[in-house]
Design a protein around this ligand. Structure first.
Ligand code: RI2
Length: 314
C-alpha cells in the first residue's frame, strides 16, 4: 500500500475523517490513488493489490456499510468493464471515482430537499452527533428561510456535536448545545417537533445503527410522541443483514472516555454506535424519498435495479 493510502487509513481510524459518507468518499479516492500509483504490470496483479487495499480500508470502521458498499461498487465496475491493460484499468478507476462522487452529491442534494420540506417553519429540531447529511438538510431549511431552531447534543466522547454546532451557526441557524443526557429534558422544555439524526447502517429490518446515544433519544421521542427521522443514503443499507448477519458495533479505545490509570481497577467500555429499532423510527429520509423503515428494502431494490425476490414468491 502506498504511504498516502496508509495515512488515509490512519486518519479514518483516528476519526480525523468522520461521518459515514465522508469516510466512503475518501475510501474510494484512496483506492483510486492506489490504482494510479501502481507498478503492477498485469491487470490481475493490480486487482489483487486493490483487493488488499480495500480490505484494509474496510477494516478501519467496522460499522460502516457505506464504506464497504462504495468499495464493492468500484470492483463491480472493474468487473463490468473488463480492462484489457493497466492503462485502461486506471482510466476506469479515475472515471468511476468521478461518477461515484457526483452521484453522492446528487443524493445529498435530494435528501436535503426532501428533509427540508418535512421540517415546519419556525420549529425546533433536535440533532445528535455530526452527520453531513443532517447538516445539508438544516442548511437547506435556512436557504428556504424556514427559521428553524436547533438543539444539538455535544456527543461524548468525541464531541462531534461541536462540528455540527459550528457548521450550523456559520450557516445562520439558531443553535443551542446541551450535554447528551439533557436530550430527554430538551424534547419537552424546548418543544422539539422533530428529532433528526444521520445513519451509519440500516438493516433489512429497517433498524438503524447510529452514534451511541441515538437509541435513548429515539425512545424519549417515542415516549413524547415526537417524530424521529434518520437521514440515510441508500448506500447505508447493509446487504449482509438480508441474510441474517448482525451489524458489528465498533468498540473504540477506552482512553477516548477517560484515563483508566487514574482509578486502578476501573474498566471502561467505549461502543461507538447503538441500535434503534425500526418501531421507534418514523421514517428514513433517502435520496429516493421519505419512507417508513419497512420500505427501505424496496427502495434499495429500486435504486440498484434489482427485482425484489419476494415479488416472485406465490
Ligand atoms: P453522514 C457519524 O459517525 C454519525 O453517527 C452520523 O450519524 C453518521 O456518521 C453519518 O454521517 P462518526 O463517523 O454520512 O462520527 O451523514 O462515528 O456524514
Amino acid at each position: 500500500m502506498i504511504p498516502e493510502v496508509e495515512k488515509i487509513c490512519n486518519d479514518i481510524r483516528a476519526m480525523r475523517i468522520q461521518g459515514a459518507r465522508e469516510v466512503a468518499k475518501t475510501a474510494f479516492r484512496a483506492l483510486n490513488m492506489e490504482a494510479q500509483a501502481t507498478e503492477a504490470v498485469h491487470t490481475q496483479e493490480l486487482l489483487s493489490d486493490l483487493l488488499e487495499t480495500a480490505d484494509e480500508l474496510a477494516s478501519t470502521r467496522p460499522t460502516e456499510p457505506m464504506l464497504r458498499n462504495s468499495l464493492r461498487y468500484a470492483f463491480s465496475q472493474i468487473k463490468k468493464n473488463k480492462p484489457s491493460d493497466i492503462i485502461e484499468f486506471k482510466e476506469i478507476m479515475a472515471h468511476e471515482e468521478k461518477v461515484f462522487l457526483k452521484n453522492l452529491d446528487l443524493s445529498i442534494s435530494a435528501i436535503a430537499e426532501y428533509g427540508a420540506k418535512e421540517i415546519r417553519p419556525g420549529s425546533t429540531v433536535l440533532v445528535h452527533c455530526h452527520s453531513h447529511t443532517v447538516v445539508a438538510i438544516l442548511r437547506r431549511t435556512q436557504e428556504l428561510d424556514k427559521d428553524v431552531r436547533v438543539i444539538c447534543t455535544e456527543t461524548r466522547p468525541r464531541y462531534q456535536g461541536r462540528i455540527t454546532a459550528r457548521e450550523l451557526v456559520e450557516a445562520g441557524l439558531d443553535v443551542t448545545m446541551v450535554v447528551d443526557s439533557a436530550a430527554r429534558l430538551m424534547l419537552e422544555q424546548e418543544k422539539v417537533e422533530t428529532v433528526l439524526v444521520g445513519a451509519d447502517a440500516v438493516t433489512s429490518r429497517g433498524d438503524l445503527f447510529n452514534k451511541i446515544g441515538t437509541s435513548m433519544i429515539a425512545l424519549s421521542a417515542y415516549e413524547t410522541q415526537i417524530p424521529f427521522y434518520s437521514a440515510a443514503e441508500l448506500y447505508k443499507f447493509d446487504p449482509a443483514t438480508l441474510w441474517g448477519q448482525m451489524e458489528k458495533i465498533e468498540e473504540r479505545d477506552p482512553a477516548e472516555v477517560f484515563n483508566a490509570n487514574e482509578i486502578p481497577g476501573l474498566k471502561i467500555r467505549n461502543p461507538a454506535f447503538d441500535v434503534t429499532l425500526a418501531k421507534y423510527i418514523t421514517a428514513y429520509i433517502t435520496e429516493m424519498g421519505i419512507v417508513p423503515p419497512q420500505g427501505v428494502i424496496s427502495m434499495v431494490y429500486n435504486k440498484m435495479g434489482i427485482e425484489n425476490p419476494m415479488n416472485n414468491k406465490r
